[in-house]
Design a protein around this ligand. Structure first.
Ligand code: ZN
Ligand code: ZN
Length: 131
């Protein structure tokens, strides 16, 4: 099984994952734009038993449109988010794909909040598209 390491910018907070992600998605919502500083977020969901976290993190809880809570864990030194935990999905850990710094990471199968998508963005045609 593949092993990958996600890291913050300074390297003090990491997540090692074994096995492939169960879901890879991009999200164009405004909260993900603010969180990432980019125009969409991309995240991979992994089974929790395959994820090993190392290093200290600070938490931020975002309450979504439907009242669901997501707990983001970011490096207290450099501020980069390395993993997060959506409420109701306790068997999984979500990791921002950019934290892997791997251009060969599997591409997203799902594109959500496309009604907030910047006009120039072109999600993969074969992905599931959700407005
Ligand atoms: Zn860091
Ligand atoms: Zn989002």
């Amino acid at each position: 099984m593949p092993t990958r390491i996600a890291s913050c910018s300074c390297g003090s907070l990491t997540a090692q994952v074994t096995g492939d992600p169960v879901r890879v998605s991009i999200c164009h919502c405004l909260a993900c734009q603010r969180r990432t500083g980019s125009v969409f977020g991309e995240q991979a969901r992994f089974a929790r038993e395959g994820v090993t976290i190392s290093g200290a993190s600070t938490r931020y809880v975002r309450v979504g449109d439907e009242g669901s809570r997501i707990t983001f864990h970011f490096c207290p030194n450099c501020g980069a988010t390395v993993y997060y935990e959506p409420e109701g999905l306790e068997a999984f850990v979500a990791i921002p794909v950019g934290a892997f710094a791997d251009p060969h990471f599997p591409s997203p199968q799902v594109s959500v909040y496309e009604d907030r998508m910047h006009a120039w963005v072109v999600p993969p045609a074969e992905a599931q598209h959700i407005p």
